[in-house]
Every structure is written in structure tokens, then in C-alpha cells.
Design a protein around this ligand. Structure first.
Ligand SMILES: [Zn+2]
Length: 153
């Protein structure tokens, strides 16, 4: 389960929200937190997107846009840390996370979170090990908490 907190009001100070969210990343919560934030807050939080971040392929992007009924571009679905599938060596992308999340929580739930207006920051709960099935070979990879960003993640 996760808690959803809306901090997207433009009246809130982005610097304060960034330190608030970072405090929760440092001292991880006992359940997942999903913060809805303003674009200014997201930009401040993410800074310049790293050039070496992993983007989704065009084919994956097409599927994501179809699932989310959106028109995002590949740069909107970034994953920062590199994880290779232990079986086939595929570098996991946001798409693998999206598919795993859809399976676990139902695609409607994930789409309703990601497809909503606004921007989201996701803080994983303490000791959360993510099981991500590789979308190429189906083998499950167990990942320690790491960063991944969606258009709204
Ligand atoms: Zn694989």
C-alpha cells in the first residue's frame, strides 16, 4: 500500500517541499509515499536530468503512451541507475518497472496515478526490495530501492 499526499499547490514553497521529500528519502517511511508536486518543485528536486539516464525505447514509449493515454516523449521516462537483467543482460528501463507495477497493483491503478495531471515523486518504503520481471526474458530481478522517474514519478 502507499500513501498519496498532494503538495502541488503553487502557494507552497518548492525549496521547503524538496527538503521535506528528501528527509523522507533519507529516513525511509514504513510504507510507500507518493507526493504530488508542482512542476517547479519537480524541477528543483531533479535538477538537470542526467545525460546518461536510461530512456525507454520507441516501442516501449508507444506502449506506455497507449496504456497511459498520453503523448509523452522518451525523455519523460527516465531511470537513473543501471540495472542489468541477471539472465539476459537487458538494461532495465522504466518500462520494466511500469509492467511490474501494473501486474502488482493493477494497470488501472498505475495508470490513474501516472496519467493524472501533475508531477509525482515516489519515495519507496524502508527495506523495500523490488521484484522486477525483465520484459525481454521474464526472469525476475530483485532490486534494492533505487531511483526511477516517470513523467510524474
Ligand atoms: Zn532478461
Amino acid at each position: 500500500m502507499s500513501a498519496f499526499v498532494d503538495l502541488s499547490s503553487e502557494q507552497l514553497n518548492p525549496e521547503s517541499i524538496v527538503s521535506f521529500v528528501r528527509a523522507h528519502v533519507k529516513n525511509r517511511p514504513t510504507e510507500d509515499l507518493l507526493f504530488k508536486v508542482s512542476r517547479r518543485t519537480l524541477e528543483l528536486y531533479c535538477g538537470n536530468k542526467p545525460e546518461d539516464a536510461i530512456t525507454v525505447s520507441n516501442q516501449e514509449l508507444a506502449q506506455l503512451n497507449e496504456s497511459l493515454k498520453g503523448s509523452f516523449n522518451a525523455r519523460d521516462f527516465l531511470k537513473r541507475s543501471i540495472h542489468k537483467c541477471t539472465a539476459c543482460g537487458r538494461v532495465l528501463t522504466f518500462f520494466d518497472f511500469f509492467q511490474a507495477g501494473s501486474k502488482r497493483h493493477g494497470s488501472d491503478y498505475i495508470s490513474s496515478l501516472l496519467g493524472k495531471d501533475g508531477y509525482h515523486l515516489h519515495v519507496q518504503k524502508r527495506d523495500n526490495k523490488l521484484e522486477i520481471a525483465c520484459t525481454q526474458c521474464g526472469v525476475k530481478n530483485v532490486l534494492a530501492p533505487g531511483g526511477y522517474d516517470g513523467p510524474n514519478y
